[in-house]
Ligand binder design. Sequence first.
Ligand code: GTP
Length: 368
Amino acid sequence: METESTASPPSPPPPTTTSASTEPKLPVCILVLGMAGSGKTTFIQRINAYLHGEQTPPYIVNLDPAVHELPYPCNVDIRDTVNYKQVMKQYRLGPNGAIVTSLNLFSMTIDQLLSILNKNQTKYNYFLFDTPGQIEVFTWSASGTIITETLGATYPTIVVYIMDTPRSSNPITFMSNMLYAVSILYKYRLPFIIVLNKTDIIHHRFALEWMNDFELFQSAIEQEHSYSTDLCRSLSLVLDEFYSNLRCVGFSSMTGDGCKEFFDSINDACHEYEHVYKVEYNKWQEKKLKRENDKHEKDLKRLKEDLNTEQSIISEKRIRYDDIHNDEETDDDDDDDEDKDQDDFDQEDESFKRYLSKHVSNTTAMDT
Ligand SMILES: Nc1nc2c(ncn2[C@@H]2O[C@H](COP(=O)(O)OP(=O)(O)OP(=O)(O)O)[C@@H](O)[C@H]2O)c(=O)[nH]1
């Protein structure tokens, strides 16, 4: 699975510690998601270059089995574990089905990926994950959940949602993108950052204004004479709550604008991970453990009760068996006695007959 040979060896990062403790900080997992063509791969390439410049090169994992070429050196590549084209042939699948199956096959080796990451956790500050262009393949598949939840349980994990800013300048496309972002946020509940990419083409100011000022977005929608205008208007009300707690960063993967702001947001999101997600996760783990212990105790109690019931049934059966056995023995004794009596009677009968025949023969002799 590991293809460490392709990546340049990292120079050791400066020893980082949490502000509260002297324990070494765990690397941050940055999971990059986004619609096809939003710029995920270019974004990772830019972040990789930036981090190399900061003398803290990241550890990169590619989770896209269908990608042709990667513009960055990658440490773990799904393509080394699963051959996407072979999967298509072997299972007679189309391209999307093959991507899902490849990811499912890869997620079966998640423990190996985790042990590789664990081995490298002291050498790196960041683990970057590139995901397939077909976003739903990752976000709504079992494998995506397994990978994300495993990472989230072990390392500070941040979901980064890349948005194509020029395409989102249309309010309806903007709304659709935001709804997708909300669905991912509520699915994983991990700290979340929206990267408004391609700001070299169009500045992301309009998006920030739409998010901050509801009226402004409403008037932008009014200008779109579409059948979905009414729906968008109502949905924007729902999204207002989501916008209030959202981290949003303008970024250009082409020029590298926004790198510093992005890493400021990552630090903020790590804080949220430690103080919100991790706390909730630990609580959930405790509850789960308690549920399992309760179930175990219940099963044990039931087993003991079953054993006691069985024991009493066995002893009852034994008593009944003994009773029957004793009765049989008594019957045998009676039979023996009867046999003896019969023998005695036969003997007496025999001797009486002998006496009689002797007496008769004596009488006949006297008469003659
Ligand atoms: N101008 C500009 N173009 C960009 C930027 N980021 C990405 N692109 C271009 O957008 C196109 C798609 O970029 P990718 O990085 O391949 O996007 P992706 O999301 O990884 O694509 P898939 O994995 O196929 O879904 C490419 O032509 C990039 O050059 C950016 O910040 N500015």
